[in-house]
Write a protein that binds this ligand. Sequence first.
Ligand code: F6P
Ligand code: MG
Length: 477
Amino acid sequence: FDPKIAKFQTSDPTSFAYITVRKRWPNILTGAIDDVHRAVGEVEASNNDKIKDGKSIVEQLAKLKYELQHNRQLSRLEDDDEADVESYNAELKARGDPTWHNVEWLYSECYLYRRISSLFRRSKHWKSYDVFGRQKMSTFKSSRPAVLELATKYKAIVEQTRQKSTIVSSNEPTEIEEAEKVLFMEMCEICLWGNATDLSLLTSLSYEDIQKLQGANARKESEKNILVNDLPAAFATLQKAKKAGRKSRVSIVLDNAGFELFVDLILAGFLLTGGLASEVILHPKSIPWFVSDVVPKDFVDLLNVMADPQAFYATDIGTSSDTTPMPLMEEEVGNLRFLFDNWSNLHREGKLLLRPSRFWTHPGSFWRMPHTAPEVLEDLKESELVIFKGDLNYRKLTGDAAWDPTAPFADSLGPLGKGSGVRSLALRTCKADVVVGLPPGRDEELRHTEGGGGDSGARKWAWSGKWALVQLCDGKI
Ligand code: F6P
Ligand code: MG
């Protein structure tokens, strides 16, 4: 069901897949091995069974890393009682049992995380252990300045909206609408750039870089890096529903935990408070995925941080990024607690919901959705707007295929395109090769910027998260 266009392969030296399989995945596996090794060291010495179990996971992770580095075949997944094992294996067979350095990028990357998850699922004592959990929390901690800045801003917006009648009643409706639009765009852009800091690329970013990426100035500065920006059209659809007094649901297909989830919740809260949405459904992953993706526990953990931020910032998670804890000021604690109250109220009232599905961790593109997960499709159709966050979702929307960069976004979505009933908005910072919807000549221009790839045949400008795309496809028409 995937697009008929060629897909990016790990054998292609001009694709980011090439470096990914040879350098980035081994690094990610080394990180996972270190993490489990350390967690095993924290188990009580009397709990021999759990220690043995953990050591066996370390060995299996090391074996996986060896196979990957030595270009062995991707082995069949062992049964771990989950229904998707069969389809992963059937696809592996249909692909002729490929080797790591010569396989389709999208399939093999999903397989990698599914295989890691299977090692834990099949253990006795580590079934629900999130091998990336520690890393996610620690990176969130290093986003502290941006978190505090946004918490202050969010509180002000919510309070202002509550007193709206008194504050803006003297303004013309068009002025109010314009103000709403500006805020909407700003919130979405925060949400967009929140994606620039995912952990699978962290190997090349310092913590200082992350903080720089997140502040208000950085966002202004980055606006010129948004290559296509369909936010005005997205706002118009939500505004129309609001004016018509229609109930309007917004779905957010989540990407990363930590700072990105924090800003996603800020956006969700903003939409609900301002009446641009009556319900927001968040779609997390069901297993640890692409290092930093949100699983339901990350949502709970984040709320706990907001409930007691002082404790969080004072506790040493024990990673290299930890700095001497600096206590928060009273006002900062108050602002974060405000977020906690606000978000947990919305959650309790049923306006902010979490809806996991195994579909999101299947290996294929979203072109398969009508066949492999019709229930997910039906659910998304119920929404006024479906926001797909991040790079991987974009790769899955477009089938991770080598489209002409000027191909229309709607075409690249296949069955999720025009007439599908789904109105999709992709908020994506570019961290892979696939790109669509650019004006003619823009790709060439970007290739000729510094580090953009030049005439090498590689679209290097699209690998680092520096450039972004905000693309809307109205599948309701
Ligand atoms: O391109 C680098 C990469 O790790 C891809 O493998 C993956 O598509 C993406 O980044 C993950 O980023 P995101 O969290 O934005 O989906
Ligand atoms: Mg991710």
